[in-house]
Structures are given as C-alpha cells and as structure tokens.
Ligand binder design. Structure first.
Ligand SMILES: *Cc1c(COP(=O)(O)O)cnc(C)c1O
Length: 377
C-alpha cells in the first residue's frame, strides 16, 4: 500500500481525462488593479441589474439565514408552473442551470452510452458527457457561409444518433455563437429523434429572442415526453450571483432527477429573489428591450470597423477579429475591457462580447480603435 491514496487513479474513468473549469480571467484581481474602472463584457451577465423587488426579497430572506431553505422550492415552483403552463411536478430547480445540465448526463448516461451535442455548442455539454463516463459525439455545425453560420445543424444532430445514444444537448439560442433555430426546424427535428432519446434544450437566452418564427421548446413539451427544457435566472433576470436555474420536463424524468438533487441546492435568498423577479415583468422587459436595441447598435458599430459579427438573438455577439485577435484582446484588457477569448471553442480568431449598458458598450468601442490600430502580432 502506498502512503497516500492515488487520487488521480481513483478518479472514475470519465473524470480522469477532465481538466478543472478555467474561468479565463481572475476577475477579482483585475477589479482590484483597475480600481473599479473595469468594463466586464466577458460573461454574458446582465449589467442592467436585477429587479429591485428581487433584491429586496433576497435581503428579507437573509433574516432566515440560520434556517435551511425550502427543499421543495414550493412557492417558486408554483409561480413557474403558472408562468409556463406546466405542473409543479414537471419542474426541477438547480443551483444554476449548469448544475442540472451536468446532472442530466450523470443520471441518464454512463459507460457505453453516447451523448450527442453540436460543435460550437456550450462547453458544459461535453463536460457533462465526459464526467458521466459516456462517449461524446459531436455533430458538425453549419458552415461559416451558411445562413446561420456555425449554428446547430439539426439534420446533422439527428444523423449523429445511434443505438447507443441516450441524451442529446442543444441550445436555442446557442452560446457562444448567438445563433438559433425556428419552431418549424425544431418540430421536424423532433420527428426524426427516436422517442427513447432524451433531448435537452437549453434556453438560457430565451428572453432576448425577437426573431419571428422562434418558439420556446416549452410549447412542445406536451407532445414529446422525451423533451427537457432548461432556463436560468442568470441572464435576463440578472441574478447570476445567486445561482438559480430550472428544468421543465416530463414528471417522471423530473422525479428521477430529484433522486440526485442535493436537498438544499438552492438557497433561500435565491428562491425568494427568483419568485419576486418573475413577478416583475416590467423590469425584465425594460432590460431586454435595451439589450436588443443596443445589440443592433453594437453590431453595426463593429461591422462599420470591418469586423464580421454573427447574427445574435442573445445578449452577446460573436465577433471575428482575425489573426490579430489575441493581441487585441490583451490590449483591451490593459485598458480595463474584459471580453471572452474563444480559443477553447476552437474559434481563436473570435471574441465573444456581452452587450452591456450603453456606457459600457461605448467604453468598449472607444478602447477598440486604438487596440485594433496597433497592428497585427
Ligand atoms: C449562461 C448559460 C447558462 C446558465 O448557467 P447558470 O448555471 O444558470 O448560470 C446555461 N446555458 C448556457 C448556454 C449559458 O450560456
């Protein structure tokens, strides 16, 4: 016997090949250096901020910090059930939707199973499949010159399904591309997917969509028991720091997922804030309206600088800067503007830019011209 456990070798097969999450930048250290002047446009947060009613509800809930939160999340589930026209038993609450996305693979796929996702899809799907010990099968995305460049090719996704497929992840709209698919394309796709395969549609950015023809997959839940839809309070609801998201699906699927959910995975202030935020549509809509408007303005400003900007239905833009990308990103960082490098997604010539408040977008554009002007490196 060796003197210490061989930790790396004891890790389950899927976990041996994983690397821990790389947050990109140490934002706390950057904030300290920038003395409050940082422009943070790297994480798709909503800097218009949460509903004041949500913040007040979270503060009130702190009075009960000595108690465990409601392990059932009953009040919030009732509000969500009413909002989405489903039963409470069809709702699963998560410590962010990230937690749930990981657990779907943990619960429904393992050694010998396959999990299908799209190239240029959200990084968590690959991580979830590998951590569960399942085999990740990546379907090719649309090509760069397609109508929805690098977006999910639903035909390719359906064609990637084999006898071993258990689970399929897709995002609509997608991160990091900002691309989307419409209700007709999704209906055709679901007709092709065998009913025994679980389809998880991640709708983290649903509130930002204004494309005609787009419909939430929630509408398709009654006709597809194999469908699960995830949502989050991190983006349009501006509660990323409180960590709360949810999944909607067949009551039996949710009941199976409940077996691995940590009983108190969502804390009291998060439960209270989410419920209050749901009741403040006016605040949500004001932020969404501003973001949609500024998304177009920012896209045009970037295009006028000769940059390729992907069509987006989210609160961010994927932008191609070419071979000078790394240098531009570094110089922007020196000026206190944080964007998200895309090398990890196989798009090293691109940066992902959150659409912030108008003042933040202006600071980005002001810093961008000198950063781009300094030539290639
Ligand atoms: C931001 C994001 C999420 C949300 O994650 P949370 O854990 O709910 O904060 C989920 N999916 C995608 C594609 C995202 O971009």
């Amino acid at each position: 016997m060796s003197e210490t456990p061989d930790f790396a070798a004891y890790a389950q097969p899927g976990i041996r090949g994983l690397r821990a999450y790389d947050p990109g930048h140490d934002l706390v250290a950057l904030r300290r250096e920038a003395k409050g002047a940082l422009t943070e446009l790297g994480s798709n947060e909503n800097s218009h901020g949460p509903s004041p009613l949500a913040l007040q509800a979270a503060r009130n809930a702190l009075d009960d910090a000595f108690r465990y939160p409601d392990p059932l999340g009953g009040d919030l589930k009732r509000a969500l059930a009413e909002r989405h026209g489903v039963a409470s038993s069809q709702i699963l609450l998560g410590n962010g939707s990230h937690e749930l996305l990981m657990q779907f693979a943990q619960v429904f796929a393992g050694e010998g199973d396959e999990v299908v996702a799209s190239r240029f899809g959200f990084a968590v799907y690959a991580l979830a499949a590998q951590a569960a010990g399942a085999r990740l099968v990546l379907a090719e995305a649309f090509s760069r010159d397609a109508a929805m460049p690098l977006g999910h090719d639903l035909d390719a996704l359906a064609a990637a399904i084999t006898e071993r497929t258990r689970l399929l992840y897709l995002a609509n709209p997608n991160n990091p591309t900002g691309t989307w698919f419409d209700a007709d394309a999704f209906a055709r796709f679901m007709r092709r997917v065998p009913a025994g395969i679980i389809v998880v549609v991640d709708e983290a950015y649903a509130e930002y969509v204004d494309a005609p023809g787009w419909r939430s997959a929630i509408d398709a839940l009654p006709s597809h028991r194999n469908l699960i839809v995830t949502r989050t309070f991190s983006k349009a609801h501006a509660l990323a720091g409180l960590r709360i998201g949810y999944a909607l699906g067949d009551a039996e699927a949710i009941a199976v997922m409940e077996r691995v959910r940590e009983s108190f995975n969502v804390n009291g202030p998060a439960l209270a804030a989410a419920a209050a935020s749901l009741a403040d549509d006016a605040h949500l809509e004001a932020g969404v309206r501003a973001t949609r408007r500024d998304r177009e303005a920012l896209a045009q400003a970037l295009q006028s600088r000769g940059l390729h900007v992907w069509p987006s239905q989210t609160n961010f833009l994927l932008v191609e800067f070419g071979p000078a990308t790394a240098g531009i990103e570094r110089r922007l960082l020196e000026e206190g503007v944080v964007l998200r490098p895309m090398g990890g997604y196989g798009l090293p010539d691109c940066l992902r830019i959150t659409v912030g408040r108008a003042d933040e977008n202006a600071r980005l554009l002001a810093a961008l011209d000198p950063a781009m002007g300094q030539g290639h490196d």
